[in-house]
Write a protein that binds this ligand. Structure first.
Ligand code: SF4
Ligand code: SF4
Length: 131
């Protein structure tokens, strides 16, 4: 169970060792705080602008949440001959790595959250298509 701002999400699934979570730096971008349509339009315009940049990935998770990612693989990410990923510093990896995914992420095909159907198989890079 993952506590997220008072809401407890139940995570189900298992790691597929695809390595997607280690291939970039992804930051959550919430739009739920936008008080007016103008503020919301401004946030959407920022996401659209960000998607124009080479190496930047913008994924929409739901109506109010997106991920902005930088295509920058971790230097400790390795793959075996079968293409399965491993962490070169597994025992001392950062907390953010241990906890991932702590909330629905379109980058992770292995886990989903009860009540959410978000997986990478439903990956949406809607802003990239608006170029
Ligand atoms: S993205 Fe998900 S399934 Fe893939 S390696 Fe990371 S935790 Fe495992
Ligand atoms: S430290 Fe390990 S688990 Fe964390 S991003 Fe790098 S390779 Fe992945």
């Amino acid at each position: 169970m993952i506590p997220t701002g008072g809401i407890v999400l139940e995570r189900i699934g298992s790691c597929h060792r695809c390595g997607h979570c280690c291939r970039g730096v992804f930051l959550n971008f919430g739009m739920g705080h936008a008080a007016t349509q103008e503020e919301r339009d401004c946030a959407l315009d920022f996401l659209r602008w960000a998607s124009f940049h080479e190496g930047v990935i913008v994924n929409q998770i739901d109506e109010d949440n997106a991920e902005v990612g930088f295509d920058a693989p971790c230097r400790h990410l390795t793959f075996d001959k079968d293409g399965k990923s491993s962490c070169g510093i597994y025992e001392v990896r950062p907390r953010i790595c241990r906890d991932f995914p702590s909330k629905p992420s379109v980058n992770c095909p292995g886990f989903r959250f009860k009540g959410s159907s978000e997986t990478s198989s439903e990956k949406k890079e809607v802003y990239d298509e608006q170029g």
